[in-house]
Design a protein around this ligand. Structure first.
Ligand code: 5AD
Ligand code: SF4
Length: 440
């Protein structure tokens, strides 16, 4: 029975999106139904990201705005979760008197109890790290959500400590879930009608390597692909240094594996990659890309790039642009370097001027726009297998994702939702494709 409303805003990566799904599921058992309207919510939760400075400040600004809803005398719980919560902890409660709850990245299982206390006026912060396997047993599951495509967490945390990155500090050590639990979850999802799973983790490629007790990631993919009912498998995020030959072979041998891979390069310059502590070189990255293209000819790449890392020269930056031309990503997430307190790179002194960073970002985005346009244009006339996930933007349209991850809209009947259909592409937009249903 729902008698209360919950408003969640999610910032940052897919881990947070997935955690928000867990929060909605857990709090539904306390009678909270999700709402899109903060003003009428009984509880407001910001699931935060601290990967860049801007994102953090955005959270503070947003919290300041949300305050107004608490002023009119209405009892409303205000909570902060995610990476800013983990980083700031109790401090947030001290700084923001209108805040009720701070919940860290390893403590989601405590949230129902904390919400009950908050309903009785108690303010609490829980940010204790759990850096052993107990974390996995406490990890709440998502119940009762029916969708065709679902995330399945395979590992949590990160041990890589790239010099610019806050994640290992706010998400803790890398721990892989037991494969038996992962496979049981995928089987349950398949029984519930899920057709696509997205295997999720900060660095899925190193799945199972640390404990040695579990299969490696390539073996896990093979096992997932044997589960009937699941017809498409995707994964994110990959670290290029752990992109093994065996994993690359999966793109040849596992037809259910989607033909899209997110493989963040961060930079195309060896000097910068070294300072970033990434553990690969430009040429070893490009060699992995070439192998992937050889085993799966139409594979689509997406990636992350940081511009303006301390000490990045114009020549380094040109190396990044040339790497982008070689890989030909369909899309990239590009970020201006932002020093994160506590990380190694925050101590580097040769930070670039903001105007220089912004100018490089502009040049990079312009190049990517052209590449995206060219790749997309080439899809016109091709037929793609699309998993229909829902209605499209225009009346009479339905929409889904192609094997390569592109969104495809086309005219068709809603009875196709949940099916794989063949669609001929007729028009290309920057973020989606338009097509027509091929009748079999
Ligand atoms: N500054 C800018 N971008 C960053 N990222 C991580 N840390 C920083 C930082 N300090 C980017 C990386 C990563 C993505 C999730 O965020 O590109 O892959
Ligand atoms: Fe951050 Fe590097 Fe770990 Fe990715 S691999 S989460 S960039 S430390």
């Amino acid at each position: 029975m729902f008698d209360k409303l919950l408003y969640i805003e999610t910032f940052g990566c897919q881990m947070n999106v997935n955690d928000s799904e867990r929060i909605v599921s857990m709090l539904s058992e306390l009678g909270y139904a999700p709402t899109n309207e903060p003003s009428c919510a009984d509880m407001i939760l910001l699931n935060t990201c601290s990967v860049r400075g801007g994102a953090e400040e955005k959270v503070y600004r947003r919290l300041a705005n949300l305050r107004i809803y608490k002023r009119d005398g209405k009892k409303q719980i205000i909570a902060v979760g995610g990476c800013v919560a983990q980083q700031e902890g109790e401090e947030l409660l001290c700084k923001l008197p209108y805040l009720d709850l701070v919940i860290g990245t390893h403590n989601l299982h405590l949230l129902p109890g904390m919400v009950k206390s908050a309903e009785n006026g108690e303010r609490r912060s829980e940010t204790t790290f759990i850096d052993n396997e107990q974390r996995l047993d406490l990890f709440p599951t998502i119940k009762g959500e029916s969708r065709l495509s679902r995330f399945v967490t395979v590992m949590q945390g990160c041990d890589n400590f790239c010099s610019y990155c806050i994640v290992p500090y706010v998400r803790g050590r890398e721990i892989s879930r037991r494969s038996s639990d992962i496979l049981a979850e995928v089987r349950t999802l398949a029984d519930e009608g899920v057709r696509e799973v997205i295997l999720l983790g900060q660095n899925v490629n190193s799945y199972g390597l640390k404990s040695g007790k579990e299969p490696n990631f390539a073996e896990l993919i093979h096992k997932v692909s044997e589960i009937s009912g699941i017809d498409r498998i995707r994964f994110t995020t990959s670290h290029p240094k752990d992109m093994s030959d065996e994993l690359i072979e999966c793109f040849a041998n596992v037809p259910k594996l989607s033909g899209q891979i997110h493989l963040p390069a961060q930079s195309g310059s060896d000097a910068v990659l070294k300072l970033m502590g990434r553990g690969y070189t430009r040429s070893s990255y490009l060699e992995r890309v070439a192998r992937l293209k050889a085993v799966r000819p139409h594979i689509v790449f997406t990636g992350d790039i940081i511009v303006g890392f301390p000490g990045e020269t114009d020549a380094d930056f040109l190396q990044t642009l040339s790497l982008m031309e070689s890989v030909r990503y369909i899309d990239i997430f590009s970020f201006v370097y932002s020093p994160r307190p506590g990380t190694k790179a925050a101590e580097f002194t040769d930070e670039l001027r903001r105007e220089e960073k912004m100018s490089r970002l502009g040049r990079l985005m312009e190049l990517q726009r052209l590449i995206t346009k060219e790749i997309s244009k080439n899809y016109i006339g091709h037929t793609m297998s699309v998993l229909v996930e829902g209605v499209g933007k225009l009346p009479g349209q339905i929409s889904g994702k192609a094997d390569n991850g592109r969104i495809v809209n086309f005219t068709g009947d809603v009875s196709n939702i949940g099916r794989f259909v063949d669609v001929r592409i007729t028009k290309a937009y920057p973020n989606s494709l338009l097509g027509e249903l091929k009748l079999s």
